[in-house]
Design a protein around this ligand. Structure first.
Ligand code: ADP
Length: 452
C-alpha cells in the first residue's frame, strides 16, 4: 500500500473514532433529555388525573377547566390506574394492566417512581387527598420522541458516512501535497546513475525544513559516492599502470635478449634486471594484498601497548644508522591501560612504521623525533621530520593509493604505504593529521581513542 493511501486511511480512521465519540455523546444526551421530558409529562399527567378523579368533590369548576385546558390531550398508548392505600384499584377497572404489588409498595415508600419497560415509560405517584391516600400509575409510549430519535439516528448515520468519505478524499489530497517533495526527490534520484554521479538534488536556498535536510544528506552521500568512484577509477588505472610497467620491462628485456646469442655477462645482467623488476612486482602485489586486508572488518584484536610497539618498530629497522636517527620520547601516565588499545599488532606495526620510514626517507638521513603521550583525546603519536615537506594541495591526495607528490618522485617508492597506513588507523578508530611546510619538514599526528 502506498504511503499516501496509508496516511489517508489512518487520518480517516482517527477522524471516524473522534466523530463516532462525539455523535454517540450527542445521541445519548438527546435520548437522556427525551426520557426525562417524557417522565415529566407522565408526572404532570398523573397529577392531573389525580385532581380530575379525586378532587371532583372539592375542585371548583373553573380550576377543573384550567386543569383540563392545561393537559387537553392524553399521551399515546396511555393507561392510567388508581389504587387506594390498600392497593385496591379505584374508579376504573384494572383491565389487563395490573401493576405488581412490589412496584406499588415502592411508590408508597418513595412517593414517586419512574420505570421503563420495553418501550413503555411508567410513572407512579403517591397522592394524598382529603378522601384518603392514593397511588396513581400512568404508563405511555413516547411515540413522537422515538420517531425523533430514529430520525436523529438516521441523520447522524448519514452525516457520519458523508464525513468519512469527505475526510478520506481530503486526507488523500493533503497527504499528496505533503508527500510531493518526496516524490520530487524520487524522480530526481531516478535520473542519477553511476555515469552521472555529478548530478545533485535541488536544495532551496533559504528553506531548511526536513525535506531540505534529506536532500542535503542525499547530496552528501552522492558526493562521497562520486569521490569513492573517482578514487576507485584512479586506483585501478594506477594499479594497472604500476603492474604493467615491470611486466613490460621483463618481457621486453627477455625478448630482445633472445633475438640473438649473447655472452654470459649479458645474460647475467638481463637476469639481474628481471629479478629486480619481479621483486618490484611482488612488492606491489603484496602491498595491494595488505591494502585489501585492511579493508576487511578485523575481529582478531588483542590488547597492544603502543609504547612497546614503537620500541619494536625502532628495533626492526635493520639499518643501524637509521635506528640511531630515531629519537623516541615517552610522556605517559602510570596506568598502562591508558597507553593500551585493542588492535591487530601486525597491521599497527605496518601502519606506524610506514610513517617513520617515510620520515627517514624524505629527510635524507636527518633525525626523526617520535613522541608518544596521552591526553583527553586518547593516545597520541607525533612523528616529526626535517625533510622535503608536503605541498598543501597534496595533503589530502597523498592518502590515495599510488599518489606521489612531485617532490617525492626522486625517492624510491610506489605511493601505497600511506593509504595502507590510513586504512589501518581508521580500522582502529584513530585519525591522522598532517602539518607540513615545503622544504622544512612534516609532522604526522596519529590519535587513537582512550580505551581505558
Ligand atoms: P611512497 O613513500 O612509496 O612514495 P607513501 O604512500 O608512503 O608512498 O607516501 C605517499 C606520498 O606522500 C609520498 O610519495 C610523498 O609525496 C608524501 N609523503 C609521505 N610522507 C612524507 C614525508 N615524511 N615527507 C614528505 N612527503 C611525504
Amino acid at each position: 500500500m502506498k504511503v499516501k493511501d496509508r496516511l489517508s486511511l489512518q487520518f480517516t480512521f482517527m477522524f471516524a473514532v473522534l466523530l463516532l465519540m462525539v455523535l454517540t455523546g450527542i445521541y445519548l444526551f438527546v435520548e437522556h433529555n427525551r426520557v426525562k421530558d417524557f417522565f415529566n409529562k407522565l408526572d404532570d399527567r398523573a397529577v392531573t388525573v389525580a385532581q380530575f378523579y379525586l378532587a371532583e368533590d372539592n375542585l371548583s369548576k373553573e380550576s377543573f377547566k384550567t386543569v383540563l385546558k392545561k393537559f387537553p390531550q392524553s399521551l399515546s398508548n396511555e393507561t392510567i390506574r388508581i389504587y387506594n392505600e390498600h392497593f385496591k384499584p379505584q374508579f376504573v377497572h384494572e383491565g389487563t394492566v395490573r401493576w405488581d404489588l412490589n412496584t406499588l409498595k415502592d411508590v408508597v415508600s418513595q412517593k414517586q417512581v419512574h420505570l421503563s419497560q420495553d418501550n413503555q415509560q411508567i410513572t407512579g405517584i403517591y397522592y394524598a387527598d382529603n378522601s384518603g391516600n392514593f397511588i396513581i400509575m400512568v404508563s405511555a409510549i413516547d411515540i413522537n420522541g422515538y420517531h425523533d430519535m430514529h430520525n436523529l439516528g438516521l441523520i447522524m448515520f448519514f452525516v457520519f458516512l458523508a464525513s468519512l468519505i469527505i475526510t478520506y478524499f481530503m486526507g488523500s489530497v493533503f497527504s499528496r501535497i505533503a508527500l510531493l517533495p518526496i516524490v520530487r526527490i524520487t524522480n530526481n534520484l531516478k535520473r542519477i546513475r553511476a555515469s552521472s554521479l555529478d548530478l545533485r538534488l535541488p536544495v532551496a536556498q533559504k528553506k531548511t525544513d526536513e525535506i531540505d535536510g534529506l536532500s542535503l544528506t542525499i547530496n552528501q552521500l552522492l558526493e562521497h559516492l562520486e569521490q569513492s568512484f573517482e578514487s576507485q577509477k584512479s586506483f585501478i588505472a594506477n594499479a594497472s599502470h604500476e603492474l604493467r610497467t615491470p611486466i613490460t620491462t621483463i618481457l621486453g628485456e627477455a625478448e630482445i635478449t633472445l633475438m640473438q646469442n649473447r655472452d654470459g655477462e649479458v645474460y647475467r645482467s638481463v637476469l639481474t634486471n628481471i629479478i629486480k623488476e619481479t621483486e618490484r612486482l611482488s612488492y606491489i602485489i603484496n602491498s595491494l594484498m595488505e591494502l585489501i586486508q585492511t579493508n576487511v572488518e578485523n575481529s582478531d584484536f588483542q590488547n597492544i601497548r603502543m609504547d612497546e610497539l614503537l620500541w619494536e618498530i625502532k628495533d626492526d629497522l635493520s639499518d643501524r644508522a637509521a635506528k640511531s636517527r630515531i629519537n623516541l620520547t615517552f610522556n605517559l601516565p602510570n596506568e598502562p591501560s591508558k597507553v593500551t588499545l585493542p588492535g591487530n599488532r601486525q597491521l599497527l606495526f605496518i601502519g606506524i612504521s610506514n610513517i617513520i620510514k617515510n620520515a627517514l626517507k624524505f629527510s635524507d638521513n636527518k633525525e626523526v623525533d617520535c613522541e608518544i603521550f596521552c591526553d583527553a583525546m586518547g593516545i597520541n603519536i607525533l612523528i616529526r621530520d626535517k625533510g622535503i615537506g608536503i605541498d598543501q594541495k597534496d595533503l589530502t591526495k597523498i592518502f590515495q593509493p599510488f599518489y606521489r607528490s612531485a617532490n617525492a618522485l626522486y625517492y624510491p617508492g610506489y605511493g601505497i604505504g600511506l593509504s595502507l597506513t590510513n586504512n589501518i588507523i581508521r580500522l582502529h578508530n584513530g585519525k591522522i593529521e598532517i602539518k607540513s611546510t615545503l622544504n622544512k619538514g612534516s609532522e604526522f599526528h596519529v590519535t587513537f581513542p582512550d580505551y581505558s
